[in-house]
Design a protein around this ligand. Sequence first.
Ligand code: HEM
Ligand SMILES: [Cu+2]
Length: 615
Amino acid sequence: MDWLTTVDHKKIGILYFAAGGFFFIVGGIEALLIRLQLMFPMGANGESWFLTGQTYNEIMTMHGTTMIFLAAMPLIFGLMNAVVPLQIGARDVAFPFLNSLGFWTFFFGGVLLNISWFTGTVPDIGWTAYAPLSGSEFSGTGSDYYAIGLQIAGIGTLVGGINFLVTIINMRAPGMTFMRMPLFTWTVFITSGIILFAFPALAVGLIYITFDRLFDANFFVTATGGNAVLWEHIFWIFGHPEVYILILPAFGAISEILPTFARKRLFGYSSMVFATALIGFLSFMVWAHHMFTVGMGDIANALFGVATMLIAIPTGIKVFNWLFTIWGGKIQFTTAMLYATSFIPTFVMGGVTGVMLAIPPADFQFHDSYFVVAHFHYVIVGGIVLSLLAAVYYWWPKMFGRMLNETLGKWSFWLFFSGFHLTFFIQHFLGLWGMPRRVFTYLPNQGWDTANFVSTIGAFFMAAGVIVILLNVIISIKGPKAPADPWDGRTLEWSIASPSPEYNFKQLPLVRGLDAFWLEKMDGKKEMTPAEPLGPIHMPSASILPFFMSLGLFIAGFGFMYRGYEFDSAFINNLFGNNIIAICGLAITLVCMFLRSVYDDHGYHIEVEELQKEG
Ligand code: HEM
Ligand SMILES: [Cu+2]
């Protein structure tokens, strides 16, 4: 019950981790099924040896959609929640209630999407849902699950992004100017800004799809005057910034971990900040590089190609700064550091193939081939997942108060890292040898058999790595207790207990410069200097309303989806056909919103005596 009502950012962070981790495993199992299917070419009788084409399309769509929206996003949000308020010396985020609402809408959106597995109408339109494939002429109820599930989950992301913008602007501890913020917080700040502009585009696009499908609108239906390419533009105006929403916090985590374990300050802090901001800005200028083959014309293609290549400049700045940070450092190869250092070359490889794809005439060759699959997995897994794992090993003690086992950690690293390159490196060549993306089988003896076999073996190595991580997590429940500052850290989160008390800082700390905690340690102090006298702490009350608000949307989603559906029972047909379910669902949400507005809840105080008792 506590977990359903909590508004504490640390607990919400753990909820995001649990849900994101769960969906990561679901998406991972889907990936294994895809790779199993592609392990062998079709049989001599011309039949697929494992999956049908339809099932393959469903698994591939759900894999991509789950990994991006239900695994990578919530894991990033989990990290943001667990770390940012502590790093800026705040007691919570600006809007704890909204924070909980953001989690629950994401969660119910994800559940709705995955219920499609049980109703037998799974999205099969790719994670990009291109029109007209996603229209009602060519796809079934699965596309409604996609549009409505992501719509609900997207509300959560938008709400979360706004919350973090306000938190970082308003809640920094005394003395923490913008240019004294840790780099992870900076990247979360920019990412939240990107969310603010990118997610509305997705919301609008999904509404268009939903209207086309359920209410006979024709935004994308060419036959009745709509424009199918419009969806591609809307999708990628969201979609390209989306990858930066994911990668920037990953960059931020790397920028915290490298200095800690190289025992040097981050090289080029201010250039890192400006590079991050520049990437955030440029991320909105390049979406059409996903559409070179659509026929936009040479000039548009050339401009978008050049704009894309520009991103390599701030990214290159970051890479060199990371290298200079570890250069000459006293490096400790903890598990977190292994993941963090291995991220650098791996991500650079994904970046290099990105620049290759940005050359329009070359992209005509690469497009929709396995080369693209290799490219984006180098960025997404080699970039985002490797740094997320680094971050997990780094901040786990702070989140859970227990240490993860380092030996198991190293096993997981080597399994995952070698498995990753085994899986995806060869896919570059598969692409160049002509293997298309999103196709469920292939003829034997075209020179693809061995490479596909190798790639699948690699995927199982990665799976083994993930199993070791899970083992490590389970063992850590009984593992050694974490000290407050296990890594001799530099930033504020390490100055308070692990896990930190519900109010985080008994007294807000006084920040005297970048790497605030490190500065104090260099002055021979063990703790931060407080910026305020000890006083009662104001806390927000827990609330079940966010849960029910999201549940209402979830129910309404079903109501809309099955409006025109023919069930066996006339009663159920009536319920859906007359929009009764949809209206009930929306009513639940609205009533909760009303309750929230009229019911004054001022929270409670933790009194000074209590604080002193806790020591
Ligand atoms: C960890 C092991 C992973 C393996 C073995 C794997 C494997 C695959 C395979 C085989 C495909 C299908 C390619 C095709 O038929 O066109 C695919 C597609 C995709 N994957 Fe992964 N993947 C993994 C992780 C991830 C992660 C972590 C993400 C994102 C965070 C991700 C995002 C995607 C996306 C967006 C697609 C495209 C789906 C589509 O075409 O609609 N993958 N993956
Ligand atoms: Cu892009």
